[in-house]
Design a binder for this molecule. Structure first.
Ligand code: NAD
Length: 498
């Protein structure tokens, strides 16, 4: 379906707004019937009331997930059969693509162009990729002594809780649930309180695709109640988390306080994007650099938020990025032509504004932007903002703002650029722009980050390529074969040959 205002209006007028818990193949109110107002940042209006999952709901979902795991109707299903069910799920996502896109747009304010043309297709691709590889993987036999045969096999870990953020609501959920389900686990998904609707909706789609009851649940709710109770639950075997470093550290503590469950973390970043003066196409570099911070309203874990530019090209390069930012202003998220939409909520809008003020107090210069805009909509919008004269020690260069705010810094030589790039607690991603292949490879080797983009920045997302962090950006990886490891146990079996 081509995206146009007419079909957006039509599907939007018939939308159901999911609000319930999905447990054991069906939708339920929470046992306490407590709920919260789900507010759209597009206009500040309440969309619906969403139930909050509490301890008793969590116990119910976990018991059903465990029962399903032990029954084996999914965990023991041959991988080729699991594949067919997940491929069917991918087809259903395609069928309901516009509806799911609209739910995410309404919940978190990003544009319909982003949800429909980026988040949904990449989610579908991710499911298809994991479905297609699962029956092509083999276990190992060790080269041990002849008296024994050593089998090294992989088994699903059991019950997995996936706790996800709001910036790509469906997509971040799929990054966890596709590899976790395909490896035979039972999965409980907890969406962010800011963006619960698409997650709740996919409960019924997985049932329709044929996943047995109990194997997949969705528990909407907030972090301190629902998320914490999941992390502390003694019958959950693994928490796969994407979110802030602050909460990531709590998840590790909760694991230690309960059953030492396995923890996988995808946390924040303050990623450097280094522009060497010998880059052959500074226009392309400027365009990618602008997109790397203003795309998705800057609410991107791997956003290129620290632009580190070789001194002699600083003025020209910052001017180019500033010029490009004029076409990256927020506008109506439901208009397929809009580049950017709303910031997720008032709290996040205020946080961005606070950092802009801190930047000014720290002595950085606002080159463009710096303001909350479109107040008349009742929603949350911030204009693309660029700081000049930033020092790497400033808060705006060290802390994750998670909004459309770019800090620009300068360097004189290679070593200074690398040391500035590495001078952060994070290590999620980095960009390097140069025409010198030796310099590019050397930089990639010396930068301590999980992903290094050479002469591009996040141009493609590919299910085959793992994504994750060094340092305080996380533990483990999403995507690629590597993500399967999060959800598998290794079993060694010694067979004596007599
Ligand atoms: P957040 O840490 O506030 O929340 C993430 C999830 O954790 C939500 O579902 C929330 O309800 C839950 N949560 C909150 N408190 C909890 C607690 N005490 N116990 C258990 N769960 C709890 O993050 P956010 O604001 O939703 O998302 C933004 C953050 O996510 C940014 O830091 C961003 O960089 C990061 N992120 C990382 C990646 C990646 O792949 N590395 C991808 C997307 C977002």
């Amino acid at each position: 379906m081509n995206l146009n205002i007419q079909n957006i209006k039509e599907v939007k007028s018939k939308l159901n707004y999911p609000s319930k818990l999905f447990i054991n193949g069906d939708y339920h109110k929470s046992i306490s019937e407590n709920s919260f107002d789900n507010i759209s940042p597009i206009d500040g209006k309440i969309i619906n009331k969403v139930y909050i999952s509490q301890q008793e709901d969590i116990d119910f979902a976990v018991s059903k997930a465990r029962e399903a795991f032990c029954r084996g109707s999914w965990s023991n299903l041959p991988p080729g059969k699991r594949k067919k069910i997940l491929l069917k799920f991918a087809e259903l996502l395609e069928r309901d693509r516009l509806e799911l896109s609209l739910l995410d747009t309404m919940d978190m304010g990003k544009t319909i162009n982003d949800t429909y043309n980026a988040d949904l297709p990449t989610s579908i691709d991710n499911i298809e990729w994991y479905a297609e590889i699962i029956d092509k993987l083999f276990d190992d036999i060790s080269p041990s002594s002849k008296e024994y045969m050593g089998l090294i096999t992989k088994e699903p870990i059991g019950v997995v809780a996936a706790i996800v953020p709001w910036n790509y609501p469906l997509w971040m959920a799929i990054w966890k649930i596709a590899p976790a389900l395909i490896t035979g686990n039972s999965v409980i998904l907890k969406p962010a309180e800011q963006s619960p609707m698409s997650a709740i909706k996919i409960g019924s789609l997985l049932s329709e695709a044929g996943i047995p009851d109990g194997v997949f649940s969705v528990l909407p709710g907030d972090g301190p109640i629902t998320g914490k109770a999941l992390c502390l639950h003694n019958d959950i075997d693994c928490v796969a988390f994407t979110g802030s470093g602050e909460v990531g550290k709590l998840v590790l503590q909760y694991s230690g306080q309960s059953n030492m469950k396995k923890v996988q973390l995808e946390c924040g970043g303050k990623s450097p994007n280094i522009i060497f003066s010998d880059c052959h196409d500074l226009d392309a570099a400027a365009e990618a650099s602008a997109y790397a911070i203003f795309g998705n309203q800057g609410e991107v874990c791997s956003a290129g938020s620290r632009l580190i530019i070789q001194k002699e090209i600083e003025d020209d390069f910052v001017n180019k990025v500033a010029e490009l930012s004029r076409n990256m202003q927020p506008a109506d998220p439901f208009d397929p032509e809009s580049f950017a939409g709303a910031i997720v909520n008032n709290e996040q809008l205020e946080k961005i504004n606070k950092y802009v003020n801190i930047g000014k107090e720290e002595g950085a210069e606002v080159k463009v932007g710096g303001n909350i805009i479109m107040k008349e909509t009742g929603g949350c919008y911030f204009e693309p903002t660029i700081f000049k004269n930033v020092k790497n020690s400033m808060k705006i260069a060290q802390e994750e703002i998670f909004g459309p705010v770019l800090t620009t810094l300068t360097f004189s030589n290679f070593d200074e650029a690398i040391s500035m790039a590495n001078d952060t607690e994070y290590g999620l991603a980095a960009g390097v722009w140069t025409s010198d292949i030796n310099k590019a490879i050397k930089a990639s080797r010396e930068i301590r980050a999980g992903t290094v983009y050479i002469n591009n920045y996040e141009e493609g997302v590919d299910s085959t390529i793992p994504l994750g962090g060094y340092k305080q950006s996380g533990i483990g990886r999403d995507n690629g074969y590597q993500a399967l490891e999060n959800y598998l146990q290794v079993k060694s079996t010694w067979i004596k040959i007599t």
